[in-house]
Design a protein. Structure first.
Length: 176
């Protein structure tokens, strides 16, 4: 399995389980509580209506009471499930944002990008370890001869300066 997908699923497992559990309990609760139509006749909310209402309510969009006005029991249940749904959403979104700024996740993304760029090199290529003065001259010589190169460098600053360089910006490079 792709490292990015594996890391994402590992970190998002608990938030997704919480979100799904809260949604399931909310939908089945809405299905269990009978409603009323305009004439006061008892009606049962169907699964799709309950799912739609919970999704609208949990994301705090709030289109109102659909398809009919709610009974007091339905309103009370909505109050009870509103906060757990919002908390589950905040937990999931917060974990996802935390994942995107996590150094380990960024490193996995960088490695994946590097591997993809190296696979796209056509023809022979060299992996140059270090992009100091000598490494820079070696890479320049290889490029002049039409030979591909990939760079592994210890310092992030040097990789960043490569990305800003017109001459070396297209080269696959990674901190390692």
């Amino acid at each position: 399995m792709n490292d990015i997908v594996w890391l994402t699923m590992r970190r998002m497992r608990a938030p997704l389980i919480a979100l799904i559990l809260v949604y399931v309990l909310s939908v089945f609760g809405m299905l269990a509580i009978p409603g009323q139509d305009q004439n006061g006749n008892p009606i049962q909310v169907n699964f799709l209506e309950a799912l739609y209402f919970v999704a609208v309510m949990a994301t705090t969009i709030g289109f109102g009471e659909i398809p009919h006005s709610f009974t007091d029991a339905q309103r009370l249940y909505t109050y009870m499930i509103l906060f757990p749904n919002v908390v589950a959403w905040l937990y999931s979104v917060g974990t996802l944002i935390g994942l995107f700024i996590d150094p380990q996740f960024r490193a996995v993304l960088a490695l994946s990008r590097f591997k993809r760029q190296v696979r796209r090199i056509r023809g022979p290529y060299y992996i140059v370890c270090g992009f100091g003065y000598t490494g820079r001259m070696i890479v320049a010589g290889l490029l002049k001869r039409g030979i591909g190169a990939a760079v592994i460098e210890r310092e992030q600053k040097i990789i960043q300066s490569m990305a800003l360089s017109e001459r070396f910006a297209h080269l696959p490079a990674i901190v390692g």
